[in-house]
Design a protein around this ligand. Sequence first.
Ligand SMILES: Cc1cc2nc3c(=O)[nH]c(=O)nc-3n(C[C@H](O)[C@H](O)[C@H](O)COP(=O)(O)OP(=O)(O)OC[C@H]3O[C@@H](n4cnc5c(N)ncnc54)[C@H](O)[C@@H]3O)c2cc1C
Length: 482
Amino acid sequence: MIDRRQVMAGAAALAGAGAAALAAAARAQTAAQAPPDEVIVLGAGLAGLNAALLLEEAGARVRVLEGRGRVGGRVRSLTDLPGSPEAGGSIVGSGYARFLDRARRLGVVVEPARPRPDMAGAMGISLLGQTIRAEHWPGHAANPFSDPRLKALPPYAVGAAALRALSPFQSLDDWRSPGMAAQDVSVADLLGARGWTPDQLRLGFGINPGYGNSAHDVSVLMHWHIAENLKVMTAQPGAAALHVKGGNMGLPVAMARALKGPLLLGQVVRRVESDATGVTVITEDGRRHRARHLVCTLPTSALRLVDFAPALPPLQQLAVDSIDYNRTCLAYFAVDRPFWEGDGLPPALWTDTLAGRLLLTGDPDAPPTLLAYVNGFAADRLDRMEPAAAIAAVQADIARLRPAAQGAIRPLRLVSWQRDPFAGGAYVSWKPGQIRAGLVAAFDQPIGRLVFAGEHTAQLARGMEGALESGERAAVQVMERM
Ligand SMILES: Cc1cc2nc3c(=O)[nH]c(=O)nc-3n(C[C@H](O)[C@H](O)[C@H](O)COP(=O)(O)OP(=O)(O)OC[C@H]3O[C@@H](n4cnc5c(N)ncnc54)[C@H](O)[C@@H]3O)c2cc1C
């Protein structure tokens, strides 16, 4: 049996140091030596770890299989960069009950996320080759709105604010209510009918989109659910923005340490076979793992690379084939000189180029790391380049927009969630019609001995809390069958 402390030492190394050795150790363990487990959990992100812990707490023998050389999945803190910036799940709210409870029980410190002092001041805007100070935006010729309430809002806030004002939602489950299904249309359909022009739609939803890529490929119901989720997740007393002291990875690492059963890293699942008595999971290295039940927390993009025998039912296969994730590519730079003092603009800049949104990130007591947070089709463009070329392209764009940054920044790291075969994107983005078609509920119920979880299967919360919620639901469903 692979030594648990060895596994977690590898997990704590975050970037996968030691992973190859751990994977080799895992391979050395033959299936014959292992007693049959009651439950196999696929994926050691928040959903999988929560399901595994809850099942162990209920007395089950659980084995967790994780493809990467680290735990945490889409929670990843870059502890080797200045200020340990987050590359994945960043902020939790006071309403993240499961996250906060799990952290408290494991002694993981969650604290208010302090803003960086060098990020004070409103974000500047760079649009169509012009750099515009926030205070000039409402009266600027490039501002396409005539309604004074929309004209006053910065481009990065106008879309969400306009949709929020139209939301009929009053609770976290409204987005799945059959009574709302008729409104599962695109943002372009809803706002276009209210007179929004293509220019306005592009500005509000097509540049650095937090969800989807444009006003045409995201559901209004999802946007309303996001607004409702934000309201609920920040409604409790306390700071609205919280994070784990030292990096959010601290929580999944502590959860993995708390497991009693084996957590095997480097186990890339390729095939899942179910029969009357159990489930066999076959990994890329040919190992076979057998248990009575399976909890699968892989994102749909990763599930597409797994064979199921028997095949998934048509609705679930459609869900796997078509549920997609927000395109996100993050470029991190060391800052050798505070270039924003040279051009008099705020360091934060919202751009319509490959530089995406420019922010200073990391612990406020540490030197700043410059982050270009790139979404949508701009992320697609970067993803078509080799990582070194992509980060060089972002750097060239920053220098073009802000000549003072020339020679002041150095590339550190490029993280593309879309290119990552274990993720395929950042977080789920529901397209128009998918909710109405029932894809949102495709994994509500077990399929034989298979129970699906993961952020994309969450019924109420989103993001990290949604992942934990889904793991909890999956654990209960397995317990009911044990
Ligand atoms: C850039 C970014 C910013 C975000 N910001 C926030 C935020 O501020 N607040 C918030 O609440 N949420 C945020 N999120 C979302 C949040 O991080 C995710 O929703 C959540 O972590 C998903 O957890 P999960 O367990 O469902 O999936 P994952 O974390 O993806 O876990 C799935 C696991 O399965 C593994 N896996 C995949 N394929 C295989 C395979 N074939 N074999 C074995 N293992 C496999 C993966 O390696 C992974 O560890 C953000 C995400 C990103 C990427």
